[in-house]
Design a protein around this ligand. Structure first.
Ligand SMILES: C[S@@+](CC[C@H](N)C(=O)[O-])C[C@H]1O[C@@H](n2cnc3c(N)ncnc32)[C@H](O)[C@@H]1O
Length: 276
């Protein structure tokens, strides 16, 4: 692990996530008959828009039973379990943060998906996966922690099969205003590498992939933060919410992200690409 990667993993490490999620999950189960994978979505979909954003990305991926998917920077594996349970795909995840991989694999076991989903520790810049071994690769809110986008997309292109598709759903720079910190992915600018849309597209194309779609998800983000604020004001944090992964300063991080988006500095953007 590089020094920056160690700082990034440290940023995401909580130390007591397993017990916090278990407590919240028990409360949720007492009050809901929803499927376990859906109950967990409040905490294990750690990107703007949560589960609805994951569904939006999946709709672009043409997923079907048996396809092999790699979720790079998989976090707790929420998107991986959703893809496996909804589309009957085989999903592998790679993430830098050991606690996320460990808790994620426990959750996968508890919801009975261990035969279809497996998460391992590793870097997106040195993926522990064979060449041309995946039909689809996904990246949900990870590139903001990675400075070397050219290497990131070369690694992704390496593991994709010819004809395979990539979905990138990252927070990107859309204006030049200074960013307010902390945000969900970084306490300050030393581990924040938010790239512009043109920089992403040229790194993807330089890796030999063809970009097929570019779509700003600013409106989805604004709706997400407005609803989050209203829910917090009305009933406080839910038993399973992103406050569990964002920590003590979760409120400030959410407010800064909403503010950075409102002033036009950043937005979540979806990019789709294909390997010829
Ligand atoms: C904001 S979280 C998103 C997690 C997950 N993709 C999701 O949407 O729920 C960012 C994740 O990227 C991971 N990450 C950051 N840099 C990475 C790298 N170089 N290699 C692998 N994972 C990385 C972090 O450990 C963290 O789990």
């Amino acid at each position: 692990m590089t020094t920056t990667e160690a700082k990034v993993a440290n940023h995401y490490t909580n130390g007591a996530l397993q017990s916090a999620i278990a407590a919240g999950w028990a409360k949720m189960r007492d009050n809901s008959d929803a499927a376990p994978v859906d109950l967990l979505a409040g905490v294990d979909e750690f990107h703007i828009g949560g589960r609805p954003a994951t569904k939006m990305v999946c709709e672009q991926l043409n997923l079907s039973p048996g396809l092999r998917v790699l979720d790079v920077g998989c976090g707790l594996g929420g998107a991986a379990r959703f893809m496996a349970s909804t589309y009957d795909t085989i999903v592998e995840g790679v993430d830098l943060t050991p606690e996320y991989v460990s808790v994620g694999n426990t959750l996968t076991h508890e919801v009975g998906l261990s035969d279809k989903v497996g998460l391992v520790e590793g870097s997106a810049l040195e993926l522990p996966k064979a060449d041309a071994s995946f039909d689809r690769v996904t990246l949900f809110h990870v590139g903001m922690n990675i400075q070397d986008k050219a290497l990131l997309f070369r690694e992704i292109a390496r593991v994709l099969k010819p004809g395979g598709r990539l979905a990138v759903y990252d927070v990107m720079r859309v204006g030049e205003q200074a960013l307010d910190y902390p945000v969900a992915w970084a306490q300050d600018e030393t581990t924040s590498f938010v790239g512009t849309v043109p920089a992403y597209k040229s790194a993807i194309e330089a890796a030999g992939l063809s970009v097929t779609l570019e779509a700003s998800k600013k409106e989805l983000a604004q709706e997400f933060f407005t609803k989050m604020k209203a829910r917090m004001a009305e009933s406080g944090p839910p038993p399973l919410g992103l406050h569990l992964v964002m920590g003590q300063d979760a409120g400030l991080k959410a407010a800064n992200m909403a503010g950075n988006i409102a002033k036009g500095a950043i937005a979540p953007v979806l990019l789709m690409a294909v390997k010829p």
